[in-house]
Design a binder for this molecule. Structure first.
Ligand code: 5RP
Length: 226
């Protein structure tokens, strides 16, 4: 299977996992990106079997609505059982780098609320140690230079993502070459910088289940005990 076929296979696997677990009043958290888009398109097939969705980006909200799936404000719903989203990298602890699509803050919020975070990813996303993929950080625009200097102090190389404004009206700085061997520590250090909204490390709240696309099919990998 090529990368795109793996993305489609994991989207289908997520649907197969969810379908028997949904109730008529279920709200599903839905992520952002090309893998999540495959999932949204499949979700449309069973949209009468659950209530609706909470979206992690404007793009996802539009796609869900186009399929006739009701999209709710997170503040207007109760508990969310499942959040389904892609990733840019995952390590064996199911700690992730996310935010390649600049939706990291809303993704992190929905992941925090959901009881079960199902990550859907093709094999290229699986790594031993996070950090080959540049780590996205959402930053308040006026703090750009300050945050950049603080990132250098932490040992990273900050690069402003030109021409990108997040759904929240902020900018993205991508961090290259930072030591992410202790993801929870790095996540907390970066979030301490004034002007950072959040960063794309999902280590304090990792995925619970990884559906990983491989050449030979989809692997179901549960997060190992801490
Ligand atoms: C968006 C994300 C995506 O989940 C991540 O970039 C993976 O994208 P894709 O499924 O297109 O490979 O974090 O902010």
């Amino acid at each position: 299977m090529d990368q795109d076929q793996q993305k489609q296979a994991v989207a289908q696997a997520a649907l197969d996992y969810l379908a028997p677990r949904l109730e008529r009043d279920s709200i599903i958290g839905v992520g952002t990106g090309s893998t999540a888009n495959y999932f949204i398109d499949l979700l449309a097939e069973i949209h009468t079997e659950f209530d609706g969705a909470v979206a992690s980006s404007e793009a996802t909200a539009e796609r869900l609505k186009a399929h006739g799936i009701p999209v709710y404000d997170l503040n207007s719903v109760g508990p969310i059982e499942f959040y389904v989203d892609g990733a840019d990298e995952t390590n064996p602890h199911l700690e992730l780098i996310k935010g390649g699509g600049a939706a990291l803050t809303r993704e992190k919020i929905v992941a925090a609320v959901a009881k079960t975070f199902i990550c859907i990813a093709d094999a290229s996303k699986q790594v031993e140690t996070l950090g080959a993929f540049p780590l996205p950080v959402e930053v308040i625009p006026m703090a750009r230079s300050h945050v950049g200097r603080e990132i250098v102090r932490l040992g990273g190389d900050p690069v402003y993502r030109d021409g990108v404004t997040t759904d929240n009206g902020n900018i993205i700085i991508d961090i290259y070459n930072m030591d992410l061997s202790r993801p929870i520590v790095a996540e907390e250090q970066l979030n301490q910088i004034v002007g950072v909204v959040t960063n794309g490390l999902f280590a304090r709240r990792p995925a619970d289940l990884l559906l990983l696309g491989t050449d030979s099919g989809v692997e179901h990998i549960e997060r190992p005990p801490a």
